[in-house]
Design a protein around this ligand. Structure first.
Ligand code: NAP
Length: 246
């Protein structure tokens, strides 16, 4: 049986950025971390880096847009560990840069949803049988303040020009609704589902424009995951330690 300190955690898109920083924080807290990555060489290198730091990490091949790799990852976790305690749906992309809502090609909008929304749903459904074997199953969907409909509805939103990103923002708003639907249907089983936010961090995703470091983003996600375990299900954490309005 697992306890709060030794949990088995799978993080998607964990070969770099906030996903890797989150994996490091969870491993430092005593978790076994499974580094979900679509590219074997990048995933293996990231896991080896954590192992070299004395942490318990292992690469698991997983492309969230390829259900066969997701099923294979679930089979591997079943065979090797028999359960999963924490799933972090972190993998995401954006195709909005240099576009406006009018000019973003529809295929780019679809591609964004394939990863940020349908990918997360694919991974949740594949991992649910494993999460059901945990005494305290937890799903953290890495969202963004830009997915808050309340933030987007405010004409003077502090998000500024970023509030106009059609693909990214609407995909995160959809992920927020996915979070609430799964929180509702899994409530009776005791599996908690919450939306998380690392805050604006400098990563490849935003051409390193964020003011916070990737390490700080990982610490924030790890803190929110710890809080999500004891908080009611269906929270929408913000990076300042509070909650976003949906
Ligand atoms: N950076 C910010 O300021 C910020 C703010 C709020 C929320 N977030 C969220 O934080 C999360 C991490 O973002 P980041 O900033 O760390 O971005 P990042 O550095 O671009 O990392 C994204 C990760 O997702 C992976 N990925 C993309 N498509 C995938 C797929 N189909 N299957 C599996 N993995 C895939 C990437 O793998 P490859 O290396 O193979 O491309 C990479 O490991 C995202 O959900 C993002 O929306 C970020």
């Amino acid at each position: 049986m697992s306890n709060d300190n030794h949990r088995i955690a799978l993080i998607t898109g964990a070969n770099k950025g906030i996903g890797l920083a989150t994996a490091r924080e969870l491993a430092r807290a005593g978790h076994t971390v499974l580094i979900g990555a679509r590219a074997p060489e990048r995933g293996a290198e990231a896991a080896a880096g954590l192992t070299a730091e004395g942490l318990d990490a292992r690469f698991v091949r997983l492309d969230v847009t390829d259900p066969a790799t997701v099923a294979a990852a679930a089979a591997l976790v079943t065979a090797e560990y028999g359960r999963l305690d924490t799933l972090v749906n972190n993998a995401a992309i954006t195709r909005d840069f240099g576009t406006t809502p009018e000019t973003l090609p529809l295929d780019d909008l679809r591609t964004t949803y394939e990863t940020n929304v349908f990918g997360a749903v694919t991974v949740i459904n594949a991992m649910l049988p494993l999460l059901r074997t945990s005494p305290a199953g937890l799903i953290g969907n890495v969202s963004s303040g830009l997915g808050s409909s309340s933030v987007l509805a405010d004409p003077d939103t502090p998000a500024g020009a970023s509030a106009a990103l059609l693909g990214y923002n609407t995909s995160k708003a959809a992920l927020n609704a996915v979070t609430l639907v799964f929180a509702r249907v899994l409530r009776a089983e005791g599996i908690k589902v919450s939306a998380l936010d690392p805050g604006h961090c400098a990563t490849d995703l935003n051409h390193h424009s964020g003011p916070a470091s990737v390490e700080e983003g990982g610490r924030r996600i790890a803190r929110q995951l710890a809080e999500a375990l004891t908080a009611p299900t269906g929270q929408y954490f913000n990076s300042a330690g509070g909650r976003y309005p949906w």
